[in-house]
Design a protein. Structure first.
Lengths: 219, 838
């Protein structure tokens, strides 16, 4: 599903951040990338999402060669095929929980009735059934991150990317979030990439890689 | 809060928001400058009037004064012979047109030796440069000029001064200068008998300057003098002129000041919006300071200090700007603020320090009040939550309908309050309350309106609607600013439009004749004699002439003057003047039928059916008030009398104006030319057709309100600049949200369009509420403020096209401003935006 070949990226000053990175993730597989702060794992994730450009190499998701798309093309591709989970949740404060979770469906023009149905299912899958009308501010951190997971998969993307999704959570909530993420990836048949500096979080993945010394290798 | 902490925080806050802070201070400065300039111009004008009155009165402690057309000089003999009077000096005073047609000059006819006993400056002193001293002064053909008059008329001793009188040109030899009277302004002084003869006022004087005998008790002396005076001729103190002028111009001045204060009010909203935004952006900073031990009061004090700093900067800049502007306007236009109240030379520049300090203080108070309003939601700040979460906004004000409805009810009640003096205090209070109600209605009205907007499947529209519907603190502050500025602009537009249409209709009715001749377009020295009136009536093709005579006098017991308009009264004329009722009733006994203006109704309490007395030509005339009429020419009272009645009472057969009606079917141009030849026989007289006068009056109206239009434009531009600036800051503070949206697949263009939609929605909400509030304020302006200030009744007319353009412009500019702000916010990479911790 996701195929990354020969990816290289340098710091603005010219020093290499990473080079010759290859990565393949199958549909329904969750891969964790471990690494210290500054190793370049978030940059790698952003290149995969088309939010940053690599110096060399290619990224393909399904039949789409991501690195060949222009900026607006990338935005439209992300809208349809990518789900994100951020460390800081990033729910929109002026939307309800259901509206936040259904945002990708809204962006993709899914009719309201179908949207409602899929949002309810997504929220139920992360253990938040019946909380759709609440505002994000009334939720705990763990609940907010589970809403973010629901938002990441509600539109059945080909690729789910999670950047330190448990960085702001306690152990219990972190475990619940990772379980929700893993289950969603499996259920939707997406390729999942989780970057983290936490071996505990990485343990939730099917496969763990480590980005260190400018190379990506099995941990 | 320590001074060091306050200084550190203030420095950071003001330098971090340099442009918004400057804009907020500029708004305060604009309001302060306008109010300061209006007040300084007026204070300077009154100062010159006061100085002139005092220098001419000299040692006189009382003055006898009568109607504008003067009174019988027999009163002088009666007063001067009283033992209680030490010195009495008669004065003839009129504004004579220059023969060149370039304006008028004030002519004082005096008895030199009597006048000099009160004011030695009337006698040529060492500074005077005359050729032949006293013999020249008694010469009927000689005049003495103040240096100001000499400079203005470019006249020198030995030269000739040419003026216009009713009998033709008046040539006077300039005998010398009177430097001691220079503060009296531009004056031509001549012998009283010569002046009476030259200007057709034999037996008439305008004033008697008096010094009472020191040995006689003052009250007794005044009673004795008053007993010798004919009706309509009264005693007053020399300094009363400035007070009386101040009374006449008070309504106009207060209204201009109120306009300036409205600009200040708008400025206050921008300060509120600026500080609200800063408070929102620094919410976590305040939470941190609170966590470190700063009290809620400390945070409030900090914001109040910030508001005060902006206010002081604005007030200082505004005061300096106001002084500079008033000085420049004085030099360029004199004292006239556009309404023709002042004809002074503009030489006196007398800023009123106390008043300027008060206006500046008002500017500071506005800014501090705005700052304190910001602290209200901050007091609800949950420190722990604010430290944890990354939402960047103030808690939205809960805002139900109770407060705005209560304020709207109070505004309605205040509109019924009577004026204090001639100041429509209740009207202004009502406007303030209505605006406050509109601002407090922003939150509940937005909820009520937007909840009814059906949900659609358009992602940008849905997101924008959700943002506006939740109406966070910033947006509420911005919409409030739009509401206030749109309300004030719309209210002024409706009022001016209503006034213009009412004036237009009134002019069409009043100018019912074909041609109008005016004997003395400037000054009051020239009139139409009966011979000229007959000559005009005899022109072939002329169906009828209506001579019109004006007199200005003060009724007994009244504080202000009253204009008497004497002309043939017909039902058509009454309809033109919008009289109620518009019919001529049969005479009721001895009393003469009279119609009184709306101002006379308001100021003198006269009403239809009353019997009143008026001092006409030294006699008490009994008048029956047959009805009221509309008079857009004056802010003081007027009485309309039938010319035949006026002439029977006064014996005065002169006319200031003549309305000429042409016979049907005649060659109007040929008859007008023939009428023009008769009018040309009166030096300086003018003849115009009704359409010319109509158009000229509307041109003057538009010129007078040009300042209002400029202020309106300034208010709306400031508000829109504030909105754009607020959106820029808001967009910057929401860059993480935009980063998320870009992660979710929105293009940069779509994020910008999203902000444009939000801007447009905020603009639409603000414009809608602003128009509603503006309509309410305009009703108060038309029916309360105008009526109580100027005593002019008018109907409301809605300028639908202009209001639509205003609303569309506000919505479009809000959308443009917001999208421009969004462009800058999304320039930052989305990946950085979602990680940004600011």
């Amino acid at each position: 599903m996701l195929a990354v070949r020969g990816l290289a990226k340098s710091w603005p000053g010219g020093d290499a951040l990473f080079a010759q990175v290859d990565l393949a993730v199958a549909a329904g597989e969750l891969v964790a990338i471990l690494g210290e702060s500054g190793a370049g794992k978030s940059t790698l994730l952003n290149i995969v999402a088309g939010l940053d450009r690599a110096d060399a190499g290619t990224v393909e998701v399904g039949d789409t060669r991501v690195s060949a798309l222009d900026e607006d093309g990338l935005a439209r591709w992300r809208r349809r095929h990518v789900g994100f989970v951020f460390q800081a949740f990033h729910l929109l404060p002026y939307l309800s929980v259901a509206e936040n979770a259904g945002l990708p469906l809204l962006l993709n023009g899914v009719p309201a009735a179908e949207r409602r149905e899929r949002v309810q299912a997504a929220l139920a899958s992360v253990g938040l059934a019946g909380r759709g009308d609440r505002r994000p501010a009334s939720l705990s951190g763990g609940e907010m991150q589970r809403v973010a997971v629901a938002r990441a998969v509600v539109h059945r993307p080909a690729l789910v990317l999670a950047d330190e999704p448990t960085g702001n959570l306690d152990e219990t909530n972190a475990a619940a979030t990772l379980e929700a993420l893993r289950a969603a990836v499996k259920r939707e048949g997406a390729a999942g990439v989780l970057v983290t500096h936490s071996p505990v979080a990485a343990a939730a993945a099917d496969r763990v890689l480590r980005l260190a010394g400018r190379r990506l290798a099995p941990a | 809060m320590s001074a060091a902490l306050a200084a550190t925080l203030l420095r950071g806050s003001l330098s971090g928001n340099r442009w918004r802070s400057l804009l907020a201070a500029a708004c305060i400065a604009l309001g302060v400058a306008l109010a300061g300039a209006v007040h300084t111009l007026h204070a300077s004008a009154l100062d010159e009037i006061d100085q002139a009155a005092r220098v001419l009165a000299g040692a006189a402690d009382w003055q006898v004064e009568g109607p504008r057309n003067g009174f019988d000089d027999a009163a002088y003999a009666a007063v001067a012979s009283l033992p209680a009077v030490a010195v009495a000096s008669p004065v003839l005073e009129l504004d004579a047109p220059l023969a060149s047609g370039e304006g008028t000059v004030r002519v004082l006819g005096i008895d030199p030796f009597r006048a000099a006993r009160l004011q030695p400056g009337f006698l040529a002193g060492e500074g005077a440069r005359g050729g032949e001293g006293a013999t020249v002064r008694l010469d009927a053909g000689a005049a003495w000029l103040t240096p100001a008059a000499a400079a203005r008329l470019s006249a020198r001793p030995g030269g000739t001064l040419r003026l216009r009188g009713p009998l033709g040109e008046v040539r006077l030899a300039v005998a010398g200068l009177l430097p001691a009277l220079d503060t009296g302004g531009p004056l031509v002084v001549m012998d009283i008998a010569a002046a009476q003869l030259a200007f057709g006022r034999v037996g008439v004087i305008h004033r008697i300057d008096l010094r009472l005998a020191p040995s006689v008790p003052r009250e007794a002396a005044l009673r004795a003098i008053a007993a010798r005076l004919p009706p309509g001729v009264t005693l007053r103190r020399p300094g009363d002129e400035a007070l009386r002028t101040a009374g006449l111009t008070r309504a106009y001045r207060v209204n201009l000041t109120a306009l300036a204060l409205m600009a200040l009010f708008t400025g206050g909203f921008l300060v509120f919006s600026t500080l609200a935004l800063q408070a929102a952006r620094r919410r976590r900073e305040f939470a941190l300071l609170r966590a470190l031990g700063l009290t809620a009061g400390g945070v409030r004090a900090f914001l109040a200090m910030e508001g005060a700093l902006l206010g002081v900067a604005g007030a200082l800049a505004g005061t300096a700007l106001g002084l500079a502007a008033s000085r420049a306007m004085l030099e360029r236009f004199g004292y006239d603020l556009g309404a023709g109240f002042f004809a002074g030379s503009g030489r006196v520049f007398a800023p009123d320090a106390a008043a300027l300090a008060l206006i500046g203080g008002l500017g500071v108070a506005t800014a501090v009040a705005a700052a304190l309003a910001v602290t209200r939601p901050l007091s609800r700040l949950d420190v722990a939550q604010a430290l944890k979460d990354r939402q960047v906004d103030l808690p939205a004000a809960p805002g139900g309908w109770a407060a705005p409805l209560a304020l709207a009810a109070a505004a309605t009640a205040a509109a019924w309050l009577p004026p204090a003096g001639e100041i429509p205090v209740g009207g202004y209070l009502s406007i303030g309350l209505a605006l406050a109600a509109a601002v407090l209605a922003v939150a509940p009205a937005s909820r009520a309106l937007l909840e009814r907007v059906p949900a659609r499947d358009r992602p940008l529209g849905t997101l924008a609607l959700a943002q506006v519907r939740s109406l966070p603190g910033h947006l509420a502050a911005m919409v409030s600013g739009i509401v206030v500025s749109v309300a004030l602009t719309a209210a002024m537009a409706i009022m001016v439009h209503s006034f213009r249409l009412s004036l237009d209709g009134w002019l069409a009715g009043v100018l019912e004749a074909d041609l109008f001749a005016r004997a003395s377009p400037r000054g009051d020295a020239v009139v139409f004699t009966p011979a000229v009136q007959q000559g005009l009536a005899a022109v072939p093709g002329v169906a009828r002439v209506d001579p019109i005579r004006f007199e200005r006098l003060t009724p007994e017991g009244a504080a202000g003057p009253l204009t008497v308009i004497a002309r043939p009264v017909t039902p058509a004329l009454l309809r033109g003047f919008q009289a109620q009722p518009a019919e001529v009733p049969p005479r009721a006994g001895d009393a003469v039928n009279a119609w009184v203006s709306e101002a006379a109704v308001d100021l003198l309490g006269w009403k239809a059916g009353d019997e009143v007395t008026l001092p006409l030509a030294g006699r008490r005339a009994r008048l029956h008030v047959a009805g009221t009429f509309r008079d857009y020419s004056r802010t003081w009272g007027a009485v309309l009398l039938d010319l035949a009645d006026y002439r029977r009472i006064t014996g005065d057969a002169l006319a200031n104006d003549i309305a000429v009606h042409l016979a049907p079917g005649v060659d109007a141009a040929a008859v007008a030319a023939a009428v023009g030849r008769v009018v040309a026989g009166v030096p300086g007289a003018e003849l115009h057709d009704a359409s010319f006068i109509h158009a000229r009056a509307l041109r003057i109206f538009d010129r007078t309100f040009a300042a209002t239009y400029a202020l309106e434009a300034a208010a709306i531009l400031i508000a829109l600049a504030g909105v754009t600036s607020s959106f820029a800051a808001l967009a910057w503070s929401r860059r993480r949200e935009f980063g998320v949206l870009r992660h979710l697949g929105l293009t940069r263009g779509e994020v910008i369009r999203l902000l444009a939609l939000e801007g447009g929605a905020a603009g639409l909400l603000g414009a809608g509420l602003g128009l509603a509030a503006g309509a309410a304020v305009s009703v108060v302006l038309v029916h309360v403020v105008n009526r109580q200030s100027f005593h002019w009744g008018m109907a409301i007319h809605w300028p639908a096209a202009a209001l639509s353009v205003l609303a569309a412009a506000v919505v479009a500019l809000c959308a443009l401003g917001a999208s421009a702000a969004g462009r800058a916010a999304v320039a930052r990479e989305a990946v950085h935006a979602v990680k940004d911790d600011a």
